[in-house]
Design a protein around this ligand. Structure first.
Ligand code: DGT
Ligand code: CA
Ligand code: CA
Ligand code: ZN
Length: 576
């Protein structure tokens, strides 16, 4: 079994336990373990062989024993027993919007339905409306959710797809009379790399007009539900959007509740309970029946709990609550800290603009220096540069620097292919002519872990290579990227001083959050670059910054925050 198999089984167990009505803590433990293993940079079999399973966050002795059983026998008795009780096909049914574990159990227990096909047929035949708590209307809603699922699938969309849609909807809602605040919540506010659905939060005295406007927005295909303070729609793209409207006095609790994530919220609520309050999106309510306490700001929510304010990008229950208790949260990198972009393409390879156009656009963005990193020869589809063309481009870069003067600097760079056999695309003497050398993988991404890791290591160990771009090569939402041994990559980057990139393009966000965190914990420097192919792409920088924040990255970890001299010093240490 591999990491992915263990993750699948743990996630399934969590859903099966939820259907069975088990304790929330037990369910969350499995989910947390699944997430930990999903983001583990190493082969779980190796971790097991080293006897270090319990060092994985969220894995205690019980779960470690279950992992051991799976890795050594290929099976898990607990899962098989559970499956007799709760058929795994019921878990599939939970993918239908609006079908929670309780309803799935009820449908199974009362109607004997255990597959999606049976469910669809029952809904069409009008058999679901008879169930307690259901009716003709909720049956119709369920049927359209089932149909939406089969049309659009239930796949998550990349952050970069959901973001502009949400901004557009917020702009419209902000114009409704009586609206004082409007913001995104949920995974979008946490800037997670993929988004299940959009959550919008609005402060207004009266929700009615906001709802009216919301359900009539151009992008809306169907209105799935509408109540006095909440509504849910499905957009033409298949993406779901939840809206919640409350008065401004409750803004802090509203935002905190709907930003999540769920595990983070569960912990906040537990802390509140211990202090004698129940915490909801509305308020803190004293358990002894006193008057409710409203929070207009999130700072107010956190401070009432005795916590420092936790930025949304950290709210994943990855230690941030504990750090907020001891006031030891990191001071996160901000967009304003960035003064360079070290990865971009011009018309010399697959970009659309000239050296001068890219340089001027970067200067207008307030940047102090950039590296032009056109592709190398073997990436033929991207018009990669032969050595001869690389040298021709150098002349143009020099001219651009002469024109732009001393306050802005264009560095000669390359994004050099690490070929499928592990060799590099330019010889060392050519690399020596350059200011800045990126190495990256675009081919052979599906090679076995050993092989693709070795390829990457040979690039990291080359003294001329300054940075690895988008290390895994993943493309969101569907291409998972190379199966790199991230522990080995990070150790080698630390030993050689090689910079690892967080590619800000929202189709990449690679390094991903947890790997960025691992990297800085080992002293590896990070770069946040847009990989721009046109000036508009510079606007993607904030996605990279958010990903860095999710990895607990501070400004000093990021080379783009450094003045040019400091940066050049750093990369020249290796190049001899
Ligand atoms: P997503 O949509 O899958 O990308 O992830 P989120 O985090 O946006 O999740 P979503 O849309 O289901 O819910 C938005 C937030 O609302 C979530 O982060 C926490 C809060 N929330 C939703 N359902 C529950 C719940 O059952 N319990 C608690 N405590 N919070 C919830
Ligand atoms: Ca959401
Ligand atoms: Ca939602
Ligand atoms: Zn590139």
């Amino acid at each position: 079994m591999k990491n992915r198999d263990v993750v699948d089984i743990f996630n399934q167990i969590a859903d099966m336990l939820a259907i069975r009505g088990d304790q929330i803590h037990r369910i969350l433990a499995y989910r947390r373990a699944a997430e930990s293993i999903e983001t583990l940079g190493r082969d779980i079999n190796t971790v097991y062989a080293e006897g270090k399973l319990t060092e994985i966050p969220g894995i205690g002795d019980t779960l470690a024993a279950k992992i051991e059983e799976m890795l050594t026998t290929g099976k898990l008795e607990f899962y098989e027993k559970l499956a007799k009780d709760v058929p795994p096909s019921l878990v599939d049914m939970m993918r239908v919007e609006g079908l929670g574990p309780k309803r799935v159990k009820q449908i199974h227990d009362l109607l004997g339905i255990s597959t999606m096909a049976e469910l669809t047929a029952a809904a069409r035949e009008g058999k679901l409306r008879e169930l307690p708590g259901m009716g003709v209307k909720s049956e119709a809603k369920l049927l359209s959710a089932i149909e939406a699922l089969s049309v659009h699938g239930d796949s998550r969309v990349p952050l970069g797809v959901a973001w502009p849609i949400a901004q557009q909807m917020l702009d419209a809602l902000q114009q409704v009379p009586g609206v004082t605040r409007a913001a995104v919540g949920g995974s979008l506010r946490r800037m997670k790399d993929t988004i299940g659905d959009i959550d919008l939060l609005v402060a207004a005295e009266s929700a009615e007009q906001v709802m009216d406007r919301f359900v009539q927005l151009d992008l809306v295909e169907t209105v799935d539900s509408r109540g006095p303070t909440r509504a849910r729609v499905t957009l033409l793209t298949g993406l779901g959007v939840d809206l919640r409207v409350l008065p401004i006095e409750r803004w802090g609790t509203l935002m905190a509740y709907f930003t999540g994530n769920k595990d983070h919220n569960v912990k906040l609520r537990e802390m509140a309970l211990k202090m004698g309050y129940s915490l909801s999106e509305y308020s803190f309510t004293p358990l002894d029946g006193g008057a409710e306490i409203l929070c207009a700001s999130e700072e107010g929510v956190y401070s009432r709990l005795g916590l420092a304010y936790i930025p949304p990008t950290l709210r994943e229950d990855r230690g941030e609550i504990e750090a907020a208790k001891t006031k030891s949260l990191p001071v996160l990198i901000e967009l304003e800290d960035i003064r360079s972009d070290l990865h971009m393409h011009t018309e010399w390879s697959d970009g659309k603009y000239s050296v001068m156009e890219m340089a001027k656009a970067a200067r207008e963005q307030g940047l102090d220096y950039i590296a032009l990193t056109d592709h190398s020869a073997s990436l033929g589809i991207a018009n990669g540069l032969s050595v001869e063309r690389l040298r021709q481009r150098a002349v143009e870069v020099k001219e651009a620097n002469d024109v732009l003067g001393p306050k802005f600097r264009v560095l000669q760079g390359t994004e050099m292919e690490i070929r499928a056999d592990g060799s590099l695309d330019y010889p060392d003497d050519v690399l020596e002519e350059l200011d800045f050398v990126i190495a990256s993988l675009h081919t052979g991404l599906s090679q076995p872990r050993e092989q693709v890791t070795q390829r990457m290591l040979s690039a990291i160990n080359n003294p001329h290579v300054d940075m690895i771009a988008h290390p895994t090569g993943r493309l969101l939402p569907d291409r998972p990227g190379a199966d790199l041994d991230m522990d080995a990559i990070i150790a080698a980057a630390a030993a050689t001083g090689t910079i690892l990139e967080i590619n800000a393009n929202p189709a990449r966000l690679d390094l991903r959050d947890v790997h960025a965190r691992m990297a800085i914990e080992h002293g590896v420097k990070i770069a946040i670059n847009t990989d721009a192919h046109q000036p508009e792409d510079f606007g993607l920088r904030h996605f990279g910054v958010a990903t860095a924040q999710r990895g607990w990255v501070t400004a000093s970890d990021v080379v783009n925050t450094w003045p040019l001299e400091q940066f050049l010093d750093y990369i020249s240490r290796n190049n001899g």
